[in-house]
Write a protein that binds this ligand. Structure first.
Ligand code: NAD
Length: 463
C-alpha cells in the first residue's frame, strides 16, 4: 500500500457474493431487457456524472478533464453503446448441422450467463478498465462484483457510490480494498474472474482461482515495442510515438515501451521525438504527474545504471510524484530499463541493424501486449506481424486498436489470457451451451449391443 492507497468503504465480500448469488438464482438477469437497462444506466451515469468522474480522475492521477473524457469515459460509453446495439444478434441461438452419426435430431448452441463474476480493476484508467469489463459481464447477463483499484481511491469511492444508483443494486456490488479483499472474493469460488493488472499479480489471481477451477481472463502488461524501419515516415512516426507515450504519463498498458530504430533513421527519429514531446507540452516544463511516490521511485530506479545516454529529461521527484518526459538513447539491453515494463514517461530508443535484428530482439523476451511497426512496405509489415507474436499489431500507428470493438483486445503468453471488447467480451462472460434434441423414434436396433459382423460393419461406416 502506498500513501494514496486508502480502502474507501468496507463491504463484506462474503455477504456481497451471497447477495448476488441469490439475485442470479431468480433468473432476472438473463432477460435481454434487464441487460439493456443496465447498459443504459451505465451510459446515463457517465453522461450525468462526467464532472464527478473528471474530479476523481484529477485527484487520483492529476489528469486534465479532457483526458478523463477522452481516455476513460468516452471509450466506456462507446463500448456500452456498441454492446447495446448488437446484443440481440449476439444472444441469438445458433442452429447447427449434424453428422450422420447424430441424425436424426436438431441442434443449436446458445449463450448463457456464467453467474456471479468478479472484475478486478487497475489504477491507470480506473474507470474505463473497470467499467468496460463490467459492460461485457452485464451484456452477457451476469451478476458482477466490482473490485476497483485501491491506488485510485477517489474513483473507487465514486464507483461505490454511483454504480448501485444507476445499476440493479442487487446484481452489481462494489467491494473496495486491496489484495486481502480481492483474495477474500477469490476464495468464494466465483463463476469467472476478469483481472486487469500486472503479470505478477495476475499469477496470484490465477493461483487463487485454481482451487475453485474458476476460469480467468487476464489482461496484463509487458514491454510493447515500436519497430521503426528505414523506409518509415519518420516525421509521422515520431509524432505518434511521442503523443501516445505522453498520454496518461506513459501509464498505459499498450503504450510504446521502447523503440527499435533502424540505424538509418535512429538519429532523425530521436531528435523528432524530443521536438514533438516539447511541442505537445505547449510550453509546460518539468515533470509529469504519475500516480504515486512509489511509482516515481520505481521509475527513478529504472534510470539508474542503464548504460545509455539521456537525450532529454531524466529528473524524477518522488515527493511531487512527477517524472520528466525522458528519452534514453541506446541503453544496455540487459538493463532494468530494457527488461522491466516501464509504465511511465521514459522512452528508450535502441539502434538496430534492420528489421530482422529488431524482430530478434523482441522475440528474445516475453510476448508483448502490442507490437507496433512503422514502415512504407507492406511486406515488412506482414513479416513483422507474422514473426512477432503479440496481443495485437498496429502498422504505422499505436494504440488505436483498443478503440475498435470489432477487434478482440487481449494479450498472449505473459501479456495475458483471453480477450474482450464487443462480441469477444460477451463471449468471455458467456457459456456456449450445446443443446441436442433427438426424437425417440425411430430407434434402430443395430446401434445397441450385442453386435454381429453385419452391425459392426454398419457402425464402422456411420461413426
Ligand atoms: P496490479 O497488478 O498492481 O493491481 C491490479 C489489481 O490487482 C488491483 O485491483 C489490486 O488491488 C489487485 N491486487 C493486488 N495484489 C493482489 C493480490 N495479491 N491478490 C489479488 N489481487 C491483488 O496492477 P496495477 O499497478 O493497477 O496496473 C499496472 C499493470 O497493469 C501494468 O503491468 C499494466 O501493463 C497492466 N495493465 C494491463 C492492461 C490490459 O488491458 N492488458 C490495462 C491496464 C494495465
Amino acid at each position: 500500500m502506498t500513501d494514496t492507497a486508502v480502502p474507501t468503504r468496507r463491504a463484506d465480500p462474503v455477504a456481497e457474493v451471497d447477495r448476488l448469488r441469490s439475485t442470479f438464482a431468480t433468473g432476472r438477469t438473463r432477460a435481454r431487457g434487464w441487460r439493456i437497462r443496465q447498459l443504459r444506466g451505465l451510459e446515463r451515469m457517465l453522461a450525468e456524472r462526467e464532472d464527478e468522474f473528471a474530479a476523481a480522475l484529477a485527484s487520483d492521477l492529476g489528469r486534465p478533464s479532457v483526458d478523463a473524457w477522452l481516455a476513460d469515459l468516452a471509450p466506456t460509453a462507446a463500448e456500452s453503446h456498441y454492446a447495446r446495439r448488437h446484443l440481440r444478434r449476439w444472444m441469438r441461438r445458433r442452429r447447427t448441422g449434424l453428422p450422420l452419426s447424430v441424425l436424426p435430431g436438431r441442434a443449436h448452441y446458445e449463450y448463457e450467463p456464467l453467474g456471479v463474476v468478479l472484475v478486478i480493476g487497475p489504477w491507470n484508467y480506473p474507470a474505463y478498465l473497470t467499467l468496460a469489463p463490467l459492460v461485457a459481464a452485464l451484456a452477457a447477463g451476469n451478476c458482477a462484483v466490482v473490485k476497483p483499484s485501491e491506488y485510485a481511491p477517489a474513483t473507487a469511492e465514486l464507483l461505490g457510490t454511483l454504480l448501485p444508483r444507476y445499476l440493479d443494486p442487487d446484481a452489481v456490488a462494489v467491494v473496495p480494498g486491496g489484495p486481502d479483499e480481492t483474495q477474500a472474493l477469490l476464495a468464494q469460488g466465483l463463476d469467472h474472474v476478469f483481472f486487469t493488472g500486472s503479470p505478477e499479480v495476475g499469477a496470484k489471481v490465477m493461483e487463487a482461482a485454481a482451487p475453485h477451477l474458476t476460469p480467468v481472463t487476464l489482461e496484463l502488461g509487458g514491454k510493447s515495442p515500436v519497430i521503426v524501419a528505414a523506409d518509415a515516415d519518420v516525421e509521422v512516426a515520431a509524432r505518434r510515438i511521442a503523443w501516445t507515450k505522453l498520454m496518461n504519463s506513459g501509464q498505459t498498458c499498450i503504450a510504446p515501451d521502447y523503440v527499435l530504430a533502424d540505424a538509418a533513421v535512429a538519429d532523425d527519429l530521436t531528435e523528432r521525438i524530443v521536438a514533438e514531446t516539447t511541442r505537445f507540452r505547449g510550453g509546460r516544463t518539468g515533470g509529469l504527474r504519475v500516480v504515486d511516490a512509489r511509482q516515481a521511485t520505481r521509475l527513478s530506479g529504472l534510470l539508474d545504471g542503464h548504460g545509455g545516454t539521456v537525450v532529454t529529461g531524466g529528473t524524477v521527484d518522488p515527493d511531487a510524484r512527477t517524472v520528466e518526459p525522458t528519452v534514453v538513447r541506446d541503453p544496455d539491453v540487459g538493463s532494468r530499463l530494457m527488461t522491466e515494463e516501464i509504465f511511465g514517461p521514459i522512452l528508450p530508443v535502441l539502434t538496430v541493424d534492420g528489421v530482422h535484428a529488431a524482430v530478434a530482439h523482441v522475440n528474445s523476451g516475453p510476448k508483448p501486449l502490442a507490437a507496433y511497426v512503422f514502415t512504407a512496405s507492406s511486406t515488412t509489415a506482414r513479416r513483422v506481424t507474422r514473426d512477432v507474436p503479440a496481443g495485437a499489431t498496429v502498422v504505422n500507428h499505436l494504440m488505436f486498436h483498443v478503440l475498435a470493438p470489432q477487434l478482440p483486445f487481449g494479450g498472449v503468453g505473459r501479456s495475458g489470457t483471453g480477450a474482450y471488447h464487443g462480441r469477444f467480451g460477451f463471449e468471455t462472460f458467456s457459456h456456449r451451451r450445446s443443446v441436442l434434441r433427438k426424437p425417440t423414434r425411430p430407434d434402430p436396433g443395430f446401434v445397441y449391443p450385442p453386435y454381429d459382423g453385419r452391425t459392426e460393419r454398419l457402425l464402422r461406416r456411420i461413426f
